[in-house]
Design a protein around this ligand. Structure first.
Ligand code: SAH
Ligand code: SF4
Ligand code: F3S
Length: 437
């Protein structure tokens, strides 16, 4: 039986696309292997949100030249956001002859046809849009986990934040009909899944084409019997409604965690980023969330070194981080993305300044994370365990409803279970605990 191996970069959308690609390949008779050496088909599902994500792929594809040349029947494929937009697809075609097949984010369903073309005609490069009818297709994923599942509720993005390439890689925003989403969640609950994560680039703008908005959809998902935990991401602050906050407060199985990407704490930079909120708007949202759901954790995404960012703008970001007291954050150094508005600007911040600001941001954030995590020590939390700890094989890791990463001594039997845990220790990035029941 032919074996496949997929390497996925980027965000949850790509992870979930890889689960779909895996299902298609298995349907064609392929079998998964964790070892690239044993594979007959290797696929890189790529990301281009920052330059380093792109560079990594060229290196990895380059390194497989020998593997590909060792057997003419082997297939090396590249897919995903980086192939869908920008020059990378052409570079792969012209400079990486070892690559047999390229497809994009919009024609995953065409993979069986593309593989046939490859067999009959040789190298195939196709990133055109291709869609198929039939909602049962949407249920066919080879999910990595048997207890926690991603569910797409929308694709694409219409926000065009000026630094971001995602709207070019993923196309225009489109919501999936609520009936389809709920059918899939029901199917997952019956199959024994305990947790679902609803995915969209901006879930708060869900349902413009339907009578069901995101808060109503979320409530219906939370009401599905058997679903113990509901997560969702991402939420754009400009569209966060009071209704959504009420729904979170009402349903205890919706995670006590809100990922609210800030990007910058400077009103000038926020305007130039095309974010449509001010720091005051943002602080008011945080306040509202904490009043309605007092135990909620708040995490964020922040970029340093956006074009034209002054020292004062940077200080405004640091100040806002101190004010909000985030539980965790993804921090990024601005990366020029050709084709975006910010990428065209002349007033790019020099790398040395960007690195210094990045360090200063971490220096502000890490002690806050530590303080907030220390405040968890002695508390009881409910943890869904998802696998062996990356740092210590004798420990099992999971997440509580507030999305804290927590490690406990234990064995693989815990994986997939929800247990009460007492938090015993903490640092800036994780909690340690012991299972109580
Ligand atoms: N739609 C989601 C996630 C988008 S990508 C959202 O809006 O939250 C994830 C994060 O990558 C963004 O939130 C942003 O912080 C970061 N990012 C996007 N483009 C970037 C760039 N050009 N340079 C650095 N970070 C970037
Ligand atoms: Fe990018 Fe903004 Fe869309 Fe998020 S909302 S994907 S940051 S354009
Ligand atoms: Fe995700 Fe990267 Fe594409 S962040 S949407 S995989 S560009």
């Amino acid at each position: 039986m032919r074996k496949y191996h997929i390497i996925t970069h980027g965000c949850q959308m790509n992870d979930h696309d890889s689960e779909r690609i895996a299902a298609i390949l298995e349907n064609l008779g392929y079998e998964k292997t964790e070892s690239p050496d044993r594979a007959d088909f290797i696929l890189f599902n790529t990301c281009l949100v920052r330059e380093n994500a792109e560079l990594k792929v060229f290196g990895q594809v380059g390194a497989l030249k020998g593997w590909r040349e060792a057997d003419p029947k082997r297939i090396l494929a590249v897919s995903g956001c980086m192939m869908q937009t920008g020059p990378a697809g052409d570079i792969i075609r012209d400079k990486y002859p070892q690559v047999d097949l390229v497809f994009g984010t919009k024609n995953i369903e065409k993979l069986p046809i593309l593989l046939k073309e490859l067999e009959e005609e040789g190298r195939v490069f196709d990133t055109s849009t291709y869609s198929v009818d039939g909602s049962d297709l949407d249920l066919a994923f080879d999910r990595k986990s048997s207890f926690s599942a991603y569910v797409n509720i929308m694709t694409g993005c219409d926000n065009f934040c000026s630094y971001c390439i995602v709207p070019y890689a993923r196309g225009r925003e489109a919501s999936r009909p609520p009936r389809e989403v709920l059918e899939e969640v029901n199917f997952l609950a019956k199959a024994g899944y305990k947790e679902v994560t609803l995915l969209g680039q901006n879930v708060n703008s869900y349902g413009k084409d339907f009578q069901v908005d995101f808060p109503s959809l979320l409530a219906k998902v939370a009401e599905t019997p058997g679903i113990d935990r509901v997560r969702f991401m991402s939420s754009h602050p400009k569209d966060l409604s009071d209704d959504l906050i009420h729904v979170i407060a009402k349903y205890p199985n919706i995670e006590r965690h809100f990922h609210l990407p800030l990007q910058s704490g400077s009103d000038k930079v926020l305007r130039e980023m095309n974010r449509h909120y001010t720091r005051e708007d943002y602080l008011a949202l945080v306040d509202k969330l904490r009043k309605a759901v007092p135990d909620i954790t708040i995490t964020t995404d922040i970029i340093v070194g956006f074009p034209g960012e002054s020292e004062e703008d940077h200080q405004a970001s640091l100040d806002l981080c101190r004010k909000v007291e985030y539980d965790n954050a993804f921090t990024f150094i601005y990366s020029v993305r050709p084709g975006t508005r910010a990428g065209e600007r002349e007033d790019q911040v020099p790398d040395t300044i960007k690195s210094r600001r990045y360090q200063e941001l971490c220096d502000v954030l890490y002690p806050i994370f530590n303080r907030k995590n220390q405040a968890m020590v002695g508390k009881r939390v409910e943890v869904l365990f998802d696998g062996q700890s990356k740092n210590d094989p004798r420990k099992i890791s999971g997440r509580d409803s507030g999305y804290h990463l927590i490690h406990v001594p234990g064995d693989q039997n815990l994986v997939g279970q929800i247990r009460q845990v007492e938090v015993t220790e903490a640092n800036s990035f994780a909690l340690m605990g012991r299972v109580l029941n």
